[in-house]
Design a protein around this ligand. Structure first.
Ligand code: SF4
Length: 390
């Protein structure tokens, strides 16, 4: 069921190609830190794929078979789809959407769930970028995280991806795992790049929500690294990854030039995207909504998403809130002109008053009309970007 006005959505989709995200909510086991929408119950696969098929067809028809330029299969664990299931999902997508301008098709994959044949099948279907959830290359840490794979399997997966013909390979690396040492983070980053990763996403272990790892820490059985140790690790990676040929292009992301994720970049550039699947988020025009995170309710279309329509101030705020995450920053003069056109100059002035002292402290830098975070500012981005939260 389309939750927004079809005619206005069609206009928005006609203005520029969309990004399409599909969520595959299955995992073989739940990691000890995970709060994503996922289940071990693969008996739900048929119902989930059937709803994805319906949604793809309905959206394609409602929007007039719009063009998509990026496609992203995330999860969960998309590599739990069999090759025939992946073939079906790819075919339904191509039937419903115009993929003639597709620039990138990414699959997330768990190294513990795949083999060379699966990667070859995915590549033959046109998927050209693979993103592996590696997290670390230390088996003790991987066991602590409840990952189902060992480090050797992660390195095998990267080698198979290269053999299968993937020229664009990303790996996730986690910082802040209990027991993780700085030297080990750097060593893992080097090993991943040597193994063929052309893109690295570096995340801080996030234990905000209740999960088994949080419980172990609260019970005093494990200890998180200190804030200083974590900051040192991020700073060391900021220095080391450019030396390995992967400069940063976003707060958490590093890539060889030309290997940046075009799909993820669209989130920071506020370009439109459609997300299908439980918990998937969409933004089209100034509308935004998130599908139900209850997998069975989503599959049966029982839990309709609430649509939020952003007002002019909220939409304007998102330009720096998201854009400053990117290394190139935001065209501040263009933002100011846009603010003037929307009668929101006082809002832009208020931001500037808060940003100027941060610029003097070296956390931000102006280069021509562009404003961007410095390396030091990237490490303190949460506090800085909070200025733009409406
Ligand atoms: S593989 Fe990812 S989505 Fe699945 S349980 Fe682990 S962290 Fe969660």
């Amino acid at each position: 069921m389309i939750p927004i006005s079809t005619s206005r959505a069609r206009d928005a989709a006609a203005r520029e190609p969309l990004g399409l995200y599909l969520h595959v909510p299955f995992c073989r086991d739940r990691c000890t830190y995970c709060s994503f929408v996922t289940t071990r119950d693969e008996s739900l696969k048929g119902a989930v794929l059937a709803r994805l098929r319906r949604d793809l067809a309905q959206w394609g028809e409602a929007l007039g078979r719009p063009a998509i330029d990026t496609l992203y299969l995330g999860g969960g664990t998309p590599s739990l789809l069999t090759a025939p299931e992946l073939e079906d999902l790819t075919a339904w997508t191509r039937e419903a959407f115009d993929t003639s301008r597709l620039e990138e098709a990414t699959l997330e994959a768990n190294p513990g769930t795949l083999d060379l044949a699966w990667l070859e099948a995915a590549r033959a279907l046109g998927w050209d970028r693979v993103s592996f959830g590696v997290q670390a290359l230390d088996d003790e840490l991987l066991a602590r995280l409840g990952r189902i794979h060992a480090s050797a399997e992660a390195l095998d997966a990267l080698a198979w991806a290269r053999r299968a013909g993937f020229a664009r390979i990303s790996a996730d690396l986690m910082v802040g795992i209990p027991g993780q040492r700085l030297e080990r983070v750097l060593q893992d980053a080097r090993t991943l790049v040597e193994a063929g990763a052309t893109h690295l996403s570096v995340y801080l272990l996030d234990l905000d929500k209740a999960c088994p790892l949080r419980a172990q820490i609260d019970a005093g059985r494990l200890a998180l690294p200190s804030e200083d140790e974590v900051a040192d690790a991020f700073e060391a990676l900021q220095e080391e990854l450019p030396r390995l040929g992967l400069p940063p292009y976003e707060i958490s992301n590093y890539a060889q030039p030309g290997q940046e994720s075009r799909h993820n970049s669209r989130y920071w550039e506020r370009r439109p995207y459609l997300g299908l699947g439980p918990s998937a988020a969409s933004q089209l025009g100034d509308w935004r909504w998130t599908e139900s995170g209850v997998i069975t309710a989503w599959a049966e279309d029982r839990d309709r998403p609430e649509v939020q329509e952003l007002d002019a101030a909220e939409a304007l705020s998102e330009i720096p809130l998201l854009g400053l995450r990117m290394h190139r920053g935001v065209d501040w003069e263009a933002l100011r002109r846009r603010g003037e056109a929307l009668n929101l100059t006082p809002l832009v002035d208020a931001w500037e008053a808060q940003l100027d002292p941060l610029t003097r402290r070296g956390l931000l830098v102006r280069e021509g009309s562009m404003l961007r975070l410095t390396s030091h500012g990237m490490l303190m981005s949460n506090g800085i970007l909070g200025i733009f939260v409406q």
